[in-house]
Design a protein around this ligand. Structure first.
Ligand code: CMX
Length: 435
């Protein structure tokens, strides 16, 4: 058994036993209450699930196993000569709660490379779709088609014991994460480079190889992708892609089906698709204003015009955060270090000054600050990745790390089928009369 799997088995068993005994003795303890506003308002803030890999604070932002993003940048292993953390290291941290050594991360990169080969039928399945089908549609179809590789699915059909669910899920998670960069890059080259594919370079790390297969050899881009794949990986369990993966996984659907479901959630414009909407909107603004270097005054007018047309400002606001998103800040700092001269990046920085006071002036927006999606597009455009409709696929490859690490935890802890209670509006009206 490999070291990561052994450590995961030991640590998750400890938590499983501790939680089980706590629930037995203290299962009726009240930890949260729910208001009518929360039931009606998308369950904001209702504590209703256990998620080990990360935790989101409205003011401090995301912490992965207690480490914030600057700490991850400082402490996770990186390649010689690189400033950015390796996402392999974050996966290790999320799985077992320990910052890995450089050797452990090298092992993980090699292990994913060993598991990375895609069966031919996956390419044929994707090729059956129109080439202009949205890349997220192709991504979801590709993941679903891979389901026949599921170790969990095969072993479950053979009579897998409950205590071994996590073991088969670990194998599925590792295999799926290993295969995603090639699947994602295949879709990119199919859609935007006439199907002119680039073979994997097996000597590279997970993110570096992904960049290579996309056809982006710039070392600056490879570093940005490593950072990108790290900061988008997880955002605790309640966000739509994570929660969907968790919900579908609770039916004992395997990692492929659960993750494909999560990716369908990520493809919504209020969630991951916002990253394509942001850059699309910025280019619409530049076209409308007839300049690549608009003044702040011109930008403010366009923001107001967007709002007056009844539309949202993509990349701003968040369901939980009440401060600028540290994932935005991490990307901004990357741009400050490396892309000072980029015009499009400068527009993103101008928006940061202009948008929040306008959103605040509406008097209803709870968080006027930029979220994770506000910055990435400008950096990708700078590096020549101009195909906006592809951006959410990049987010999806990263999100696999968090939601699949969490699926392993859910299996190990033995969480049951998720089944919250719904009520009718009639019931609500009755309750209000009674109280
Ligand atoms: N532009 C305009 N209006 C906004 C807004 C924005 N960026 N953010 C919130 N609002 C509006 C809401 O639409 C809502 O209006 P109504 O009461 O008229 O329906 C009001 O302000 C209150 O919303 P909220 O409580 O502040 O925000 P929610 O928790 O309901 O929604 C989010 C959060 C992210 C969906 C919302 O801020 C939004 O639509 N942002 C733009 C899309 C986006 O960037 N999404 C990516 C989020 C990150 C991710 O998950 O990937």
């Amino acid at each position: 058994m490999d070291e990561l799997k052994r450590k995961f088995g030991e640590k998750s068993r400890e938590v499983h036993i501790k939680l089980r005994s706590l629930v037995k003795s203290e299962g009726n303890k009240v930890l949260d209450q729910v208001t009518l506003g929360q039931i009606h308002g998308g369950m904001r803030g209702v504590k209703s699930m256990i998620w080990e890999t990360s935790n989101l604070d409205a003011h401090e932002g995301i912490k992965f196993r207690g480490y914030n993003i600057p700490q991850l940048r400082a402490e996770l292993p990186r390649l010689n000569g690189s400033d950015e953390p390796l996402p392999e290291g974050l996966f290790w941290l999320m799985m077992v709660g320990e910052i890995p050594t450089k050797e452990q991360v090298t092992w993980l990169a090699d292990e994913w490379e060993r598991r990375s080969k895609l069966p031919d039928y996956v390419f044929r399945t994707i090729d059956a779709l129109p080439v202009d089908a949205h890349p997220m549609t192709q991504f979801c179809v590709g993941i679903n088609s891979l389901q026949s590789e599921s170790v969990f699915g095969r072993r479950y059909a053979e009579g897998l014991a409950k205590k071994d669910y996590w073991d088969a899920t670990y194998e599925d998670a590792m295999n799926l994460i290993a295969k995603l960069p090639h699947l994602a890059a295949y879709i990119y080259r199919r859609c935007f480079y006439d199907g002119n594919q680039i073979a994997p370079a097996n000597s590279l790390d997970w993110g570096g190889n992904f960049a290579h297969m996309l056809g982006k050899e710039d070392e600056g881009f490879k570093d940005f992708l490593r950072l990108y794949l790290t900061v988008h990986a997880d955002h605790e369990g309640g966000n739509a892609s994570a929660h969907t993966t968790h919900l579908v996984g609770s039916t004992l659907s395997d990692a492929y089906r659960s993750f494909a479901a999560g990716m369908n959630a990520l493809a919504g414009p209020l969630h991951g698709l916002a990253n394509q909407e942001v850059i699309k909107w910025i280019f619409e603004m530049l076209e409308d204003l007839g300049t690549e270097s608009p003044s702040s005054h011109q930008i403010a007018d366009f923001v107001k015009k967007t709002l007056n047309a009844g539309k949202i400002i993509p990349g701003y606001g968040h369901a939980v955060l009440r401060e600028p998103d540290p994932r935005f800040t991490a990307q901004m700092k990357f741009a400050e270090r490396n892309l000072q001269d980029s015009n499009i990046v400068r527009v993103v920085w101008q928006l940061l000054d202009v948008v929040p006071p306008i959103l605040q002036s509406l008097g209803k927006v709870k968080n006027p600050w930029p979220n994770v999606d506000a910055h990435s597009g400008a950096i990708l455009v700078h590096f020549g990745l101009n195909e906006f409709t592809y951006y959410t696929v990049l987010f999806g490859v990263s999100r696999a790390l968090g939601v699949l690490a969490s699926l392993c935890w859910s299996r190990a802890i033995g969480f049951p089928l998720e089944r919250p209670k719904s009520v009718t509006s009639e019931w609500i009206f009755e309750q209000m009369k009674e109280n």
